[in-house]
Write a protein that binds this ligand. Sequence first.
Ligand SMILES: Nc1nc2c(c(=O)[nH]1)N[C@H]1C(S)=C(S)[C@@H](COP(=O)(O)OP(=O)(O)OC[C@H]3O[C@@H](n4cnc5c(N)ncnc54)[C@H](O)[C@@H]3O)O[C@H]1N2
Ligand code: MOO
Length: 402
Amino acid sequence: MLNSLEDAQQELIKNIEPLAAEPVSLLEAVGRISSTEILADCNMPGELRSAVDGYAVNPDLSGNYDQLLVIGQLKMGEVPNSPLVPGQAIGVLTGGLLPDGAVAVIPHEKVQIKDNYLKSLEFVKPGNNFKQPGEDFHKGDLILGQATRITPGLVALLATFGHGQIQVYHRPRVSILSLGSNVVPCSSQAARGEIRDANGPMLASLVKLDGGLISSVELAGQKDMTQIKTQLLQMLEQSELVITTGGTYTDGINEIHVLIDEIGARPLFREIPIQPGSHNGGAVLGSRLIISLSGNPAACAVGYHLFAAPALRALQGIEPLLPRVNAICSSRYTKKTASRRFVRALATPREDGWAVSILPGQKPSMIRSLVDCNALIDLPPGHPPMEAGLEVSILLLDRSAV
Ligand SMILES: Nc1nc2c(c(=O)[nH]1)N[C@H]1C(S)=C(S)[C@@H](COP(=O)(O)OP(=O)(O)OC[C@H]3O[C@@H](n4cnc5c(N)ncnc54)[C@H](O)[C@@H]3O)O[C@H]1N2
Ligand code: MOO
């Protein structure tokens, strides 16, 4: 069996093919991952346009802006049908097409009009207030890369180039199963000894942010092993990925590993030594994946970012591993690290690089550190306690941060 996180991640990724592509309306495209690239099929703007409401002018040969005959007013969307000759001006609107012969546009608040003659109140350089053809994008520019997450800005860009529908990877369907027998639905009144399901809703929200589609979020509750087996197999039928949480350690037995063996799934990795989240596993059954994470919420979250997020990304054809940068850590950390440790942290971009601070509540059972967490500090095994100001390697969890 594999023993390093990197080997486990590679083994996982090796077993994943991106899902098929499907067309999606631009209105539904935000957050999806493009499966093909798109090039600009024309310049944007395509033609010379005005940047302001005002007057397109063509001064006479001496550059005189004081006595220009105003020959009319172009309406919004109107195509000019005659050129401006020297000594003429014509009213134009922002974004409107300009007639041939226009030398500049003067905003209307910078002109005086008397007896149909225009006088400019300012010196206007040729080309002033023009939107030049291609100044935003040139024909042939890449406007959408393959395997790119669609942002609202990209939606605007694609819309302006007329792509009302684009090709994106299918969203991976994901089921989530909480195995702890004392775990009850989050909206229920937990009796003494019971615990509300925090991991199910947390995992579901992480999956959504990573582009997945939730098929089901269920609890095993008091079911016996045979019933849980059936539940797991049903989940595998309806989803590309099943994430389990809890049931990873009872008196030295990892029940989920037993379950994986019983359903005939092929283990990819088990018990990769990381803290928190040391009780972990990955397996495949046919083309379906199972990732098992421990029950402690912070351990579950860390395991999600290290195993489940890469799987979801690979299923959508994007770089599976989270971005890694160096950062200066403003906090002390007094613990010696036995296994490789992932410390929940808040990272901030600065002009001179990244800064990171350690969040309070670092026990694996604590949720507090998860609330503001946008980064994991990756401390190698045997790392001594650290003083503030040390450079550390961090994984960025916010996909829009880099
Ligand atoms: N003697 C040992 N005891 C433990 C070890 C060990 O190596 N030796 N490992 C510890 C670690 S680390 C973890 S993590 C847990 C593993 O626990 P499980 O994955 O089996 O999960 P449970 O026992 O069901 O629950 C543990 C803990 O997590 C909370 N939990 C569980 N499910 C949820 C959920 N859906 N939502 C919110 N919280 C949940 C629950 O409070 C439990 O207290 O074992 C340690 N013990
Ligand atoms: O492995 Mo436990 O998951 O550290 O909290």
